[in-house]
Design a protein around this ligand. Structure first.
Ligand code: ADP
Length: 666
């Protein structure tokens, strides 16, 4: 029996594993980097040990440090979560050597599926269908270019050691091959320390459908059905659901059996995922196997009623699978979205920084929140660190069918509010509202093909938004008369007279245009009198007891809203709508965002990996100038206009901070 588990991971996943451990009465041990000393997972663990600096390669990726904590804490098992050391066979082996149970597959199974190339070779033998391509050892550019031509463009270059969509480049024609190969190799080297690549036929608009498999130590292997993860951006999953919409029962069974065959071929134990691409005729092709728990495992837990972490622990303890394939049934439909700190309006640039306000819906049988950051109803929340994945939470919902799951997930997003770093929350809501998505017409190009719908041009704020924003600002000040205690002397709004008479003026700016809201309240009146851009609006108002939200009635229409105010930035959430307003706060400092005008600066802290121009070069608008790697992704700094390179401020290998000037153009 496992009594104490060390979780060799952080954030959301560490919290997730601990949740099951607590339920099973298993003690938990956290390891944490300097950046995570105050993190939620450290707080909820029974014991916690520091393991060094923020950079993962000096903390979470150092096997010796983790094993040392296992020894000191007396943990009898290690759960690796996903990412970090979860698919590192040397770590799995080192655990076993140290007499600590590694909760995962045997090292040999991890190794067998470790490289995408080796895995494909193995699956070819096991007669699992593959995407046509080259996955051998030869890596000379000329040879690979010839193979690409043989396969036929478009092709996809993939890092053999890859994951998370990194080190992957689509090549449309022979002319682009060399540049894309170098980019893929560079990204692969930086992310995985290995620049071996493979080449595949790039399928047009396939679906990504993966099978969850589970095996015990006695060779019993089952499939826990599929997840459709076709909704992706830059080959990274954004939304996952189970079961796959519209998949035929026959294909489900065939894919399940192929996945079980793949797992059996390598002597698999525990939870694993076999990823396939599926074409419009339901032909499927093996992509890779992930020998660990997946980020999107909660949707499978919802439709099967199983706790996969519990099953992993039981399998590691040497228990037989408590069910057979025939016992397993799909119950309803589940859907997960990944809420990220990123800016959809700015090419989804990953964000970081302190969360100012965070509100999640209450969990229920139909809504689950997996997060590693804290809700902070009245104060500052946790920080999204530049050192790790910028995920804030996974929001998961269940319904008796797909429509019900979508409705529940949308309801959950409507109650979610985050301010601080920019997030993809509004983008996710739009996704759920998209008619094609609702109709189940998903494929891996869905987001690209629906950009106009998912990323519409910014609309100017409505008059309602301005009115609610002002009520929120007044609520913040705690001076607004509420309908409940009309006439109370405490509601004398005479302080407003500072602004002249008993009317106060609030100004906003949107795209160079000013919006003006005036508020006045005659003594004894329960309701403030508003005008928005000259139009009178009748309003009543009642603040909530337990948080910052308030109820308001504007011209007879009822609203529930939260307004957050940070300098000039106002974030308004009301009834599922989310708006950002620019308040001309007389007390706020001018924002310094415009300082970077005319300079080419780093979008975020990172490392310069390529400088594409030389001093004195004449450059054209749109030409790539510098490539900065940050959060394991490459960001290309392009020229905003035609010009001449006047100064180059950074060289390859330099670490640069956010807004660091990289190049000056004339
Ligand atoms: P990673 O391990 O980096 O996540 P995968 O091999 O799992 O990379 O692929 C990620 C995504 O890239 C897939 O879900 C799919 O959208 C796309 N993809 C991968 N291979 C192909 C291919 N041959 N043709 C078209 N799209 C592909």
């Amino acid at each position: 029996m496992i009594k104490k588990i060390l979780i060799a991971n952080r954030g959301e996943i560490a919290c997730r594993v601990m949740r099951t451990c607590q339920r099973l009465g298993i003690k938990t041990v956290a390891v944490y980097s300097e950046a995570d000393a105050e993190a939620l997972f450290v707080e909820i663990a029974d014991e916690a040990y520091p393991i060094g600096p923020a950079a993962a390669r000096e903390s979470y990726l150092v096997a010796e440090k983790i094993l040392d904590v296992a020894k000191r804490s007396g943990a009898d098992a290690v759960h690796p979560g996903y990412g970090f050391l979860s698919e590192n066979e040397e770590f799995a082996e080192a655990c076993e050597k140290a007499g600590v149970i590694f909760i995962g597959p045997p090292p040999a199974a991890i190794l067998a599926m470790g490289g995408k190339s080796e895995a494909k070779a193995l699956m070819e033998k096991a007669k699992v269908p593959l995407v046509p391509g080259y996955h051998g050892d030869k890596q000379e550019e000329k040879f690979l270019a010839d193979e690409a031509a043989k396969i036929g463009f478009p092709v996809l270059i993939k890092a053999s050691a890859g994951g998370g969509g990194k080190g992957m480049r689509v090549v449309e024609n022979a002319g682009q091959f060399s540049e894309q190969l170098q980019g893929a190799k560079r990204e692969a080297k930086a992310s995985f320390g290995d620049d071996h690549v493979l080449i595949e036929k790039y399928l047009v608009n396939p679906r990504h459908v993966e099978i969850q498999v589970f095996a015990d130590k006695f060779g019993n292997t089952v499939y826990l059905f599929e997840r459709d993860c076709s909704i992706q951006r830059r080959h990274q999953k954004v939304l996952e659901e189970a079961p796959a919409p519209g998949l035929s029962e026959a294909t489900r069974k065939k894919m399940g059996e192929a996945a079980v065959a793949a797992a059996k071929a390598i002597g698999y134990v525990g939870a694993g995922t076999v990823e396939f691409l599926l074409d419009a005729s339901e032909n499927f092709y093996f992509m890779e196997m992930n020998t660990r728990l997946q980020v999107e495992h909660p949707v499978t837990e919802y439709i099967t009623g199983l706790d996969l972490v519990e099953q992993q622990i039981r399998a590691a303890e040497g228990h037989k699978l408590p069910f057979t394939q025939a016992d397993l049934k799909i119950n309803g439909h589940a859907m997960e979205v990944r809420l990220y700190a990123e800016d959809p309006a700015n090419n989804f640039l990953p964000g970081a920084g302190q969360i100012k306000y965070l509100r999640f819906p209450t969990e229920s049988d139909a809504v689950r929140i997996d997060t590693g950051v804290r809700e902070a109803p009245f104060g500052d929340g946790d920080t999204i660190s530049i050192h790790y994945d910028p995920m804030i939470a996974k929001i998961i919902a269940w319904g008796k069918d797909r429509d019900a799951a979508i409705a529940n997930l949308k309801g959950a997003l409507d109650q979610t509010l985050v301010t601080g770093p920019k997030t993809n929350l509004v983008f996710l809501r739009r996704l759920l509202e998209s008619p094609d998505f609702k109709a189940g017409k998903v494929n891996t190009s869905f987001i690209k093909n629906h950009e106009a719908e998912l990323l519409p041009a910014k609309q100017p704020p409505s008059d309602t938004a301005y009115a609610l924003a002002v009520l929120g600002l007044l609520n913040d000040r705690d001076v607004l008369p509420s309908a409940q205690d009309a006439g109370s002397p405490w509601n004398d709004l005479s302080a407003w007279r500072i602004a002249g008479g008993d009317t106060e003026v609030f100004k906003f700016e949107n795209d160079g245009k000013e919006a003006v809201v005036t508020v006045s309240s005659k003594k004894g009146f329960a309701t403030p009198q508003l005008t928005v851009n000259g139009k009178p609006v009748s309003a009543t108002f009642a603040p909530a007891m337990y948080d910052l939200s308030f109820d308001a009635k504007l011209d007879g229409q009822q609203y529930n809203a939260v307004v957050l105010h940070d300098g000039r930035d106002i974030t308004l959430l009301h009834d599922g709508h989310y708006e950002e307003l620019n308040y001309l706060d007389p007390l706020a400092y001018e924002s310094s965002d415009n300082e970077t005008d005319g300079k080419l600066t780093a979008p975020m802290p990172g490392k310069v990996v390529a400088v594409r121009v030389q001093l004195g070069d004449a450059v054209k608008k749109g030409q790539p100038l510098v490539i900065v790697e940050a959060m394991k992704m490459e960001h290309t700094i392009i020229s905003p206009a035609d010009g001449i390179v006047e100064k180059i401020h950074a060289g390859v290998g330099d670490q640069v901070h956010e807004k660091y000037e990289l190049i000056s153009l004339k």
